[in-house]
Structures are given as C-alpha cells and as structure tokens.
Design a protein around this ligand. Sequence first.
Ligand code: NAD
Length: 338
Amino acid sequence: MPTRVTLIPGDGIGPSITDATVRVLEAAGADIEWDRQLAGMSAVTRWHDPIPDVTLDSIRSTGLALKGPLETPVGEGYRSINVALRKTFDLYANVRPTHVIMRNGRFDKVDIVLVRENTEGLYIGIEHYVRIGDDPKAAAESLAVITRFGSERVIRYAFEYALSHGRKKVTVAHKANILKFSQGLFLDVAREIAREYQGRIEFDEVIIDALAMKLVLHPERFDVIVTTNLFGDIMSDLISGLVGGLGLAPGANIGRTGAIFEAVHGTAPDIAGKNLANPGALILAACMMLDHIGDKARAERIRGAFEGLVRDGTVLTRDLGGTATTDQFTDAIIARLK
Ligand code: NAD
C-alpha cells in the first residue's frame, strides 16, 4: 500500500523544487501517493484563502505533508501560513539537522541538530497596536508566551532525539538573563529535564547572543541545540550558512499525530521562475520524511546520491558555486540513483 502524503508546492521557487523532489523520490522507487494541495499565495489566487479547508482536510487525513515554501506578506496582509499550520496540527518540534556536505567549505566538522520550539514564544501571534491620541499605531505589543507544558515536551523531544540518534550533548540556548520570566521558565524546565538524562546525555546552557558567536567560531563544539521559537528561526539560518547555505538545510515539523517536512529556506523571490533554485534542502527534507515512515534505506540511498554529487562538485547549482540549473542538478542526482 502506498503511503499517502499531502504535497504542497508552495510559492516562488516552491513548485520547481517540489517537482524536482517528487522526481527524485519516484526515481528511487518510493511508494508514495501524492495528494496535491495549495497553500499560501497560490491558494489565495485559486481559492481566495491562503489556507483552504481542502488543504487542511488533506493533511488531517494523511497526517503527513511535504511542503514547499510559502510567501508571507511583510508587515501587513495575512499571518504566516507556516505558523498557522504548525499551530493547527500542534507540530511542536521543528527539527533542523545540518552537517558538512561540501568539500572546501569554511568548516569541515559541523554536525548540529537544532530543535526549535514551534508553537509558542513570540510567534504565538498575540499582538496589537496601542492608540495614543490621533496615532492608532503609536505603540505595538507582541506577547511571548512560554508554558511549562510546551517547554517540557520540546526539551524532552530534544533529549530523546539525542538518545535515539547516538548524540552526546544537548545545549539549551536562552536569554534568561534579560527575559527572566519567559526565558527563565524555559531554562528552568531544561535544567529539570536534563537531570533525568544525567549520565546518558551531557547538558549545557548558553545565552543566545553568545551562541551566535560560538557557532561562527567553533561550530564543532555543538551537537543538539534546543531553543525557543524566534531564536530557533534565526539560528537555523545561521547554522545553514556554516555549511554552504539554505539550499542544504532541511527541516521537519513534528507533532504527536502529524508531521510536515519542508526546507528551512523561503520562496527565494529573487531567483523564482529562473530554474536556478537548489532543490537540495527539500530533497533532504523528503529523506527525513522517508526516515519518519520507516523507509530508512531509501532515504540513505537518496542522501548518498545527493551528497556524493555535491562533494564531487562537477554539477552544482549557483548557490553552491556552480552553474547548473535546477533541472540539470536534479537529473544528475537521479543519474546517481541508477
Ligand atoms: P529566502 O529563504 O526565501 O531567501 C534568502 C536568500 O537565500 C535569497 O537570496 C534566496 O535566493 C536564497 N535561497 C533560498 N533558498 C534557496 C534555494 N533553494 N536555492 C538557492 N538559493 C536559495 O528568505 P526571504 O527572502 O527572507 O523570504 C522570502 C519569502 O519566503 C517571504 O515571504 C518569507 O515569509 C517566506 N519564507 C517562508 C518559509 C517557509 O515557508 N517555511 C521560510 C522562510 C521564509
């Protein structure tokens, strides 16, 4: 029986990299039945709704989605559909593994898994303007909500991930020196949970600004990092930059009853429609999906073909220093699968 997966091509470079990913999975013989649905700007055009019920119903029934990036208007317009999907399906852990694939990069020993809390913090979406006199936007407030429940489950996820993947250390990244209540609670919970894993998984704590510096100087010192939503969003782009950029950075949004796999990057409007995008991050996200459904050998085969091509360096997209188009790069991955 094929596994049913909701496929959301998304906006910008999304349709081109999802096509490439589906081609690679099909070439590898993955037994998947795709249910194609829209979200984001393409859904606004088709359904006048950035997150139509038909898409939500599909994810509800499959429990699995592979998703291209979605455009979110800056400052105005509809709220982030990515955030809405993570909240709707309670996908509380955003898992973003990054390791060195390219030769001759800045570093040769980066192997970090960032676990980002995905449903709370500043991204919870409780915000408003404050009118003062004639100015309706004299001030603005955004609430950062951290709960013990939300912190416990994502921090425990990070420790369990470390155990099940043979990792040695979990680092909690926080700003509890300034945000004593919200970040303080996250740190307290991390310390409590770390005690349960004492002797099995090492634990350390780092203030988020110091983490930014330490990652750039000594990324090899980090293993699994767990942090709150906004910090995780920013740090995962930084970490992708250590190994060659967003084209190599996959992510998984994991909940109790569903999971959505996607690239860390966005719609890349500057290169959309030009056949220049690197589909690598979404292909690696699809491999995480295959791992998740138990098709680990196929995931390894695709990762092997992809990483071999990138290390070989003869066919690379522009972001990786090459001249290949999305189609040429995808063809070269498929050729290595044969
Ligand atoms: P971006 O990640 O789209 O692009 C940042 C830079 O990286 C650009 O120069 C882009 O060309 C490059 N880049 C990104 N992915 C690439 C790829 N696969 N191959 C080659 N180059 C790549 O970030 P942005 O420009 O800040 O955001 C654009 C839009 O994407 C916004 O509407 C934002 O809200 C949205 N976004 C969506 C998601 C998501 O759906 N998960 C994530 C981040 C941003």
